[in-house]
Design a protein around this ligand. Sequence first.
Ligand code: GLN
Length: 230
Amino acid sequence: EATTDEGERESYVVATDNAYVPFEFLDEETGELVGFDIDLMTAIADEAGFDIEFEAMEFDGIVAGIGSGRFDIGIAGMTITEERKENIDFSQPYYEAGLIVAVQADNDEINSVDDLDGKTVATRTGSTSETYIRENTGGTPEAFPQITEAYQNVIQGRADAVIYDIPNVQYYASTEGGGQLKTIGEPLTGEEYGIAFPKGSELRDIADEALTTLMEDGTYADLYEKWFGE
Ligand code: GLN
């Protein structure tokens, strides 16, 4: 257990995204930060015996803030990439995602990623999708600080398509964006989410061990069912 000399529990600042359904977002009624990542990180801290305090921000600031050591931990549906690994350490993977194309529900012109050449493709600043669009589609990325803005731009016809993480697109399309967006084609990538730590942080192994326990004792499965179950 993580304790100080006085026997008090250590407390760590966890940077998280302020709007990434259903991993972390503000509950409309209570204004509280909720989601799969929030529950998982809380369970990890409980298991490992330390306290946490979430600080919610735009995604782009998290990778930088962990890299500079401003935050102790980051959980934000963050994809483990070689590029990010140069500046931060990751836990073991805790969620399998991937990128997908979505367009206006009544769009019959764009039927696959190959139709994006020369098109405007909305996404979120600093995301793996922004890199993907630039490197693989021939389309022009238009990046917004919040992914909801990207979805809205597609719905309102100001952008041709959006590329983003499957669980986020699906959750948005079945809630707020109901009936207005549709995904097309197969997943473009396979991506694994990891919890982020400043390079060399000893917290990584402690959190990883707790995560393994939660995967083995059914806690992870319960949380998965709660947020992604039918
Ligand atoms: N998985 C994506 C990435 O890491 C998006 C994460 C997010 O928007 N919170 O770039």
